[in-house]
Design a protein around this ligand. Structure first.
Ligand code: SAH
Length: 396
């Protein structure tokens, strides 16, 4: 191959462990002037070729490995093969209740750096987040249509990370029919409506599927406060699971409006559901002043950690919100607390929650550890694939 990226001496170590990222600081030189997303051969300083990668000239992550061999090319068959493997993995879990919401492709963890594909009923929603998959976008869409038989493919490449790749945000129809305004899916026993155009990410937090089921198990008879509720997932699951009452709290009015519709869709008693629009940090403080208390508090805040430089500030945010929550839980109650910041490691998150309990003057024990749903797999060669962690704490 005439386009080759040559690494600095010793910088092939992570590649030999099959980690797919090559940082700019590891690159000695690039021969052949590859353009954004073009396939390059990757060679160690001594000349040994290690595999093929997608070149990304604007990103700190200068290239991402497609393969760790030189056998075969990066072409339509390569993508068909990777996508077939991803679909086959999801089939091994058995039939999903239909209409399903399911992540079909989880980027690096499915061997396709930067590609997210979520299925909502008969429609697919894609994110092309790196120069590599951007270059193969048309090919990938055609393969997805062929392999899934979906009715339409919609693009939500409006995630901020695209800017780091030098790519503009882009959304719109890619193939087939326009999806309806809201797509109905079921998650466990619950039904939800997904707004694939305006919703967060591709429309729904599919990564919480198994944790919604956990919340339902813990809910019977309990008074529940669901903070950062978005469209109500945990609150709906808890009420369906037998909670006595649920407060859905979020700063977004439109998200709460959809949460309220989810109450109706699931035939839940509106008298047992309350929707509160506000800043969780302020509302929880106000509830403490009022002496309110709950038996189960769910905390699923947005990603507070944007980069290593704001890790300390983010840690303070997690500590504060957990501290406020501990202060609202009745003796014998439960805290279900999450962090979806990949840069915040599980051990540190646990320490933050421990500090919060200490400062709140509460004794608590971890009785469960939660993570991301199975359709968001974590490739063993890509520890960054693990981002969502949760603790179930029993509070004395
Ligand atoms: N638990 C949800 C996902 C939560 S996403 C689910 O499973 O579907 C995070 C949510 O936090 C978003 O809906 C966002 O509107 C909300 N949010 C962000 N900052 C907030 C704040 N300070 N107070 C209350 N809600 C906030």
């Amino acid at each position: 191959m005439d386009k080759t990226l040559v690494l600095k001496p010793g910088r092939e170590k992570s590649l030999l462990r099959r980690h797919p990222w090559i940082f700019s600081g590891a690159v000695d030189r690039v021969a052949g002037r590859p353009g954004p997303g073009e396939t390059v051969a990757v060679a160690a300083a001594g000349g040994t070729v290690l595999g093929l990668a997608a070149y990304s000239p604007h990103s700190q992550i200068r290239a991402r490995m497609w393969t760790f061999t030189l056998a075969g090319e990066v072409d339509a068959d390569f993508f068909r093969d990777r996508i077939e493997t991803a679909l086959a993995t999801r089939r091994t879990w058995g039939e999903q209740p239909e209409p399903a919401g399911l992540r079909l492709v989880h980027a690096e963890n499915d061997g396709l750096p930067g590609l997210i594909v979520d299925r909502y009923a008969d429609f697919l929603v894609c994110q092309f987040l790196t120069a590599g998959v951007e270059a193969w976008r048309q090919v990938i869409v055609e393969i997805l249509v062929e392999l899934t038989g979906c009715r339409g493919v919609y693009e939500r490449s409006d995630a901020e990370v695209r800017a780091k790749e030098g790519l503009e945000p882009r959304t719109g129809l890619l193939a087939g029919q326009e999806p309806p305004e809201l797509i109905e899916i079921c998650e466990g026993d619950c039904r939800f409506l997904v707004d694939v155009r305006q919703g967060h990410k591709t429309g729904f937090y599919l990564d919480q599927r198994e944790n919604l089921a956990e919340a339902a198990c813990l809910a019977p008879g309990r008074e529940v406060l669901n903070c950062f509720s978005y469209t109500g997932g945990f609150g709906i699951a808890a009420l369906k699971g037998g909670a006595a009452r649920v407060v859905q709290l979020d700063s977004s009015g439109p998200s709460l409006a959809l949460a309220a519709r989810h109450g109706e869709l699931n035939a839940l008693d509106p008298g047992r559901l309350e929707h509160v629009e506000g800043d969780a940090f302020a509302v929880l403080r106000e509830y403490r002043r009022q002496g309110r208390a709950f038996d189960l508090v769910v905390l699923d805040p947005p990603k507070f950690v944007e980069g290593r430089q704001n890790l300390n500030r983010a840690a303070r945010g997690y500590k504060d919100i957990n501290l406020q929550a501990f202060g609202l839980i009745r003796p014998g109650g439960l805290l279900l607390t999450f962090s979806c910041s990949g840069l915040l490691e599980a051990d540190l998150f646990q320490k933050i929650v421990a500090d919060a309990a200490l400062d709140a003057g509460r004794q608590a024990r971890i009785i469960g550890r939660l993570g991301q749903a199975a359709d968001h797999p974590i490739a063993l060669n890509f520890p960054e694939g693990s981002y969502l962690k949760g603790l179930v704490c029993a509070v004395e």
